[in-house]
Structure formats: C-alpha cells, structure tokens
Design a protein around this ligand. Structure first.
Ligand code: PHE
Length: 345
C-alpha cells in the first residue's frame, strides 16, 4: 500500500496541463468518488492495526497534495483567461467612458469663493456638530433669547449642548477665538434647520458666510464689497440694503439686488418688484467681538451670510430646492459644461 501511495504522489507531482478538459479528467481519476485516493481509503479499512497510524497519515497527506495541485492548476487556468481576452473585432467602437460633472452647489460655492478671494478673503472650516457657545451664545444669543427661534435647531441626543449648526457663523467665532485681526474669511459649509421639506425650504442646505475684522472697518466697506460681489456673480451692479435684525450684527441689513423686469420670469421671481433678496449682513456686534477677546474700542468688522441653494436657484433658474439633494443624473449632467466656465467679469 505504501508503494501505491508513493507512486500516486509522484504522478500527482508530475501532472501538468493547461487544458481544462485534461484537468477535469485528472480530478475525476484522482479525487473523484471512484478515484484513486478514495480507492486507497477503502483499502485502508483492511490494513492491520499496527500499520494504521503511519499509513493513515500518508494517505491524508496524499489527499491534501492532490487537492492543492488541483487548486493550483485551476488558478493558473483562470489567470490565463484574464490575461488574454478574446479580441474578435478590432473595428468595434470602444466602451464609452462617462465623465462626471460638478454638483451645482459646488459650482456656485467655488464661484463665490473665487470672487471674494480677489478681495483677499481666505476660507475657514469648522465642525457641523457644534456646541451652544459657538452656534448661539458667543453670537450674542444667550440662553432663552427669543431670536433663537429664528432658526429651528436639531439637538443631538437630548443634550442641549450638542447640536447641528444652524449657520456657519459658528466658524467665524472659532476663527476669531484663534486669530488676531486683521481677519478676512469666508465660511462655506452645510447647515441644518428643523424645517419642513418643500420647494423652497429644506432641513439641510449650504451657506457661505463672510467676516472682515480690522481697525476702522466701516459700513461703506461692507456696501462696496457686496456691490463688487453682486456685479461679479450676477452681472448686476445695483443693490440696496434694507434695515433688518440679526442678534450678532448691529446695524443689520438684508441685501437686495436689482434683477430688472425685462421678462416674464423676472416678474415672477421678483414678484413684480424687480428686486431680489440675496443675503443678510451687518456690522459685527461689539458683544460678539468681546466674546472672542477682540477689543471693540480699537476694532470693528462686518459680516454677511447667504444660502448657496438660493443663489444657485437664481443663477440657474431652478424652482425646487429638493433637486439639489436627489442626485438625479438627468439633473446633474446639465451642469457638465459649467464645470469649466470662468466667473463672469
Ligand atoms: N447667520 C445668518 C443666517 O444664517 C446670516 C448672517 C450672517 C446675517 C452674518 C448677518 C451677518 O441667517
């Protein structure tokens, strides 16, 4: 029996083939139900007791060796199949490569960043999960301040000190805490408010907020900056500032841009007035400067904030905010050519 095992072991070691049919024959002959290995196992039952241990060991080794060999042969076959795909017709057209495009929100965000970077603004980032101090208190919104209701807030796990930021003004606080003026930053990013999803509101959207703090910054600087922005992004140079209220700025204003009343669409989106609201702004409240250890006697600043979805809807004449979050390729692919478009002068 030992001799048969040795012979079969040699045969297995010597076997070579790249032919699938021959490999299958080898498998049946050696490892099949009625194959050589099983035959030896059957004969093993009649082996005298004192030889069982050593022969049993050899037999198991033989079976393992055969299985290993089979696996090696089959792997070589598969590798070969991958290496050499069948080329049957060289004139066939290739498989088309689908190019993606930038999301309209990214496009508009980048345009805004580029416009302000021409005036020396850099970009700052902060966390989307905020604490009460950075999202509210430091922004002159102490606990129980009624203006907290202006932005419906998502709190995390019933812990009132962990919330999803309702605006990126929180990034401005973080930046002022860590940097000395002059400060000139934009804070783009996603924000969350507990609002019903509809054509013009969503529980998540994107903002770009801006902050400029230095010695002698005035309201005239703010107005000039926003005028340059409106001209650069929309090609419209007429803006107006309407008095408004934000807890973190004083005085505060809403910015409207004069859109015109030249077409049916102009009448519709401006509700017949010709004017469109694009953002909120104001002079940084002295309390906010104090909260971040900047002396309001020597320094002043302005801040502004806008919703990117709103700006994108105006720019591309989109009338439903939900489209931005559905990721429907039929919608997104319409912006493919925009990815390369430079911002208008
Ligand atoms: N944080 C305000 C908002 O989210 C926008 C704003 C920023 C207004 C800065 C004034 C100054 O509505």
């Amino acid at each position: 029996m030992l001799e048969r095992i040795t012979r079969l072991s040699e045969e297995i070691a010597d076997f070579q083939s790249a032919d699938p049919a021959a490999i299958e024959r080898f498998r049946i002959q050696v490892l099949g139900k009625k194959g050589a290995v099983n035959e030896l196992f059957r004969a093993f039952k009649a082996v005298p007791k004192d030889q069982k241990k050593i022969l049993g060991q050899r037999l198991n080794e033989l079976r393992d060796k055969a299985r290993e060999k089979l696996v090696t042969l089959q792997a070589a076959l598969e590798a070969h199949a991958v290496d050499s795909p069948k080329i049957d017709d060289l004139t066939k057209p290739g498989i088309p490569v689908c190019l993606g495009s930038r999301h309209p929100i990214s496009l508009v965000q980048n345009q805004i960043i580029r416009i302000f970077s021409r005036m020396g603004f850099g970009v700052a980032q902060g966390p989307e999960i905020e604490d009460d101090w950075h999202n509210f208190t430091a922004l002159n919104l102490p606990a129980h301040h009624p203006a907290r209701d202006m932005q419906d807030t998502f709190f995390i796990e019933k812990n009132p000190d962990r919330l999803l930021r309702t605006h990126t003004s929180s990034v401005q606080i973080r930046y002022m805490e860590q940097h000395e003026p002059p400060i000139r930053i934009l804070a783009p990013g996603r924000v969350y408010r507990n609002e019903t999803i509809a054509a013009h509101s969503h529980f998540q959207f994107h903002q770009v907020e801006g902050l400029y703090v230095d010695k002698g910054v005035s309201f005239a600087d703010l107005k000039q900056t926003l005028q340059f922005f409106a001209k650069s992004l929309f090609g419209k140079s007429k803006i107006r500032l309407r008095p408004s209220y934000f807890p973190f700025t004083e005085p505060s204003a809403e910015v409207d841009v004069y859109w015109g009343l030249n077409s049916e669409a102009d009448h519709r989106i401006t509700k017949g007035t010709g004017w469109l609201e694009i953002m909120g702004c104001g002079m940084v409240d002295p309390n906010v400067l104090e909260n971040t250890n900047i002396d309001p006697k020597t320094h002043s600043g302005f801040a502004f904030g806008m919703g990117i979805e709103r700006i994108a809807m105006l720019r591309y004449q989109i009338d439903d905010i939900r489209l931005f979050f559905e990721n429907d390729v039929r919608f997104l692919s319409q912006f493919a050519s925009e990815s390369q478009t430079p911002i208008p002068k």
